[in-house]
Design a protein around this ligand. Structure first.
Ligand SMILES: [Zn+2]
Ligand SMILES: [Zn+2]
Length: 310
């Protein structure tokens, strides 16, 4: 008997454990830069530059944290699954005719522009990619927010990289920044080495992040120009390789059984919904007056034992 994966049991967002290592790394990265930049870099700038940079940094950091949190918190699941779960809660019939595809992995009826994410183990509407840094999928619901996050994060990195560079250079040239070290921060010659090392680490990290983010932003600008998602781009690249059509790959399904399927199916694990639009009897098949608990509900089109296809 085939049971479909229930929306209630699906991973909702990127804050659901286990956290990804890259996600935790991003939290440590932002926190480290916040400490070094706020308390060891901005303080060395002369006024009114110090106030201007502090206000600018606070605004950018707020934007990064807010968009990062929001993008991670949003659930990008296909709305078809929400609708089905809600209908079942209210014991209403689900109009499966609306959905052209059935996912072979989670066994749900979904919209045409949907892709099953194996990391989240759910179908994501207008899937772009699974972001390990956010531990969440990027789809229709959070793509704009993701783009805003990329822009704010790049501003954050560039600001720290440029201001850090000015301060390090000022200290090495022993100008006003060097003087502020002793007057404002009370740094002596003995602790100058540690201070400079922490600043240099911030500088290197922000520089590397800036380079990485520049590439990512350019890639997404290219995708926007081509009107493609990241997933469509990857799919196109893979389809261009002849071995794509004949290769096989081992995948783990939701019940942890290992099966070998054609690589093509890994990327397009869908079948057409036989009742899409043209089956007028579907309403009668799916409608039950009996109150059904969501956890007990079995997708009527996929459970051949109980509800054979008409
Ligand atoms: Zn699915
Ligand atoms: Zn995902």
């Amino acid at each position: 008997m085939l049971r479909y994966a229930k929306y209630e049991n699906m991973r909702k967002n990127g804050f659901i454990r286990p956290f990804n290592k890259l996600q935790v790394t991003s939290w440590v990265y932002v926190s480290y830069l916040f400490c070094i930049f706020s308390f060891m870099t901005i303080t060395l700038f002369p006024q009114p530059l110090k106030t201007i940079i502090a206000i600018g940094y606070a605004g950018i950091l707020f934007s990064v944290v807010l968009t990062g949190f929001w993008c991670t918190y949003i659930d990008p699941t296909d709305p078809a699954l929400f609708e089905a779960a809600q209908s079942k809660l209210l014991s209403k019939p689900v109009d499966y005719k609306k959905y052209p595809k059935i996912c072979k992995i989670c066994k749900n009826h979904v919209n045409s522009d949907t892709k099953h994410c194996r990391e989240c183990d759910k179908c994501v509407y207008h899937f772009d990619h699974h972001c390990k840094w956010l531990n969440n999928c990027i789809g229709k619901k959070n793509y704009k927010l993701y783009a805003f996050l990329l822009a704010s994060f790049q501003m954050h990195n560039l600001m720290i990289c440029i201001c850090g560079g000015i301060v390090i250079r000022g200290i090495l040239e022993q100008n006003i920044y060097y003087e502020n070290l002793s007057t404002r921060m009370h740094i002596t010659q003995g602790s100058l080495g540690i201070y400079l090392t922490l600043l240099l680490m911030m500088e290197i990290l922000s520089l590397l992040a800036s380079i990485g983010m520049s590439q990512l932003i350019l890639f997404h600008l290219y995708l926007a120009f081509k009107k493609m998602t990241t997933y469509e781009y990857i799919l196109l690249k893979r389809r261009n390789k002849s071995r794509y059509r004949i290769s096989t790959i081992k995948v783990v399904n939701e019940k942890e059984a290992i099966e070998e399927v054609p690589l093509e199916e890994v990327y397009e694990p869908y079948i057409e919904n036989p009742q899409y639009k043209h089956d007028e009897t579907l309403q009668e098949v799916t409608t039950t007056n009996k109150k059904v608990a969501p956890s007990d509900y079995i997708n009527p089109q996929l459970d051949n034992d109980q509800n054979p296809h008409p």
